[in-house]
Design a protein. Structure first.
Length: 201
């Protein structure tokens, strides 16, 4: 059943924002501690390091490196798995809060513009469309479609690459902040309660 919670664990810190899956581990950014965490699927922290800036909200994995977006600097960063900044460029709008990788391009969601953007790895916008609701916090890619979580509606949406909503279901709690796809299931981070959950799609 879509949205059914398979497992969940307490987030290492309250307010875990964007999350990503690297094929073996989860990654999460936490703007209050200004750290990025790598965790196993039971929530055990494997490593952590300082975020590239003070308000990093979104994170993605491209198969080799991490990508992080920061809401304070309005920059998108490419990072090594040890947190070393490889490069950065301006986000497409002023309140970039979620990021995803589709195998070739980046996707970003922005709270101020209420848009989802597809970009090259140099930040050139390829396309954009309206987010499914007014408070979309993170996005993920499943190989064919996008997923987005919205804290205002407390819904997780599956979208086409043109922004058409295919379906939606409730988040793991009442305040979804992050979302990732592990090849079969979704992972969602939530503020209330402060958990990270694996969910059926």
């Amino acid at each position: 059943m879509s949205g059914e919670i398979i497992r969940s664990f307490a987030a290492p810190f309250s307010g875990m924002s964007g999350i990503a899956w690297d094929g073996r581990h989860l990654w999460a950014c936490e703007p209050n501690t200004n750290k990025i965490y790598q965790m196993d699927h039971n929530g055990v922290v494997v490593r952590s390091f300082a975020s590239p800036a003070d308000d990093t909200r979104g994170i993605a994995w491209d198969g080799k490196h991490l990508w992080a977006c920061d809401n304070g600097t309005d920059l998108i960063y490419q990072l090594t798995v040890n947190g070393v900044v490889i490069r950065s460029f301006a986000a497409p709008a002023s309140n970039n809060i979620g990021i995803a990788w589709d195998g070739k391009h980046l996707w970003a969601c922005d709270l101020t513009s209420d848009l989802i953007y597809q970009m090259t790895v140099n930040g050139v916008v390829i396309r954009s469309f309206a987010a499914p609701a007014g408070d979309t916090r993170d996005i993920a890619w499943d190989g064919k479609h996008l997923w987005a979580c919205d804290i205002g509606t407390n819904l997780i949406y599956q979208l086409t690459v043109n922004g058409v909503v295919i379906r939606s279901f409730a988040g793991a709690g009442t305040d979804p902040l992050g979302i990732a796809f592990d090849g079969k299931h979704l992972w969602a981070s939530d503020f209330t309660p402060s958990i990270i959950a694996q969910m059926r799609i």
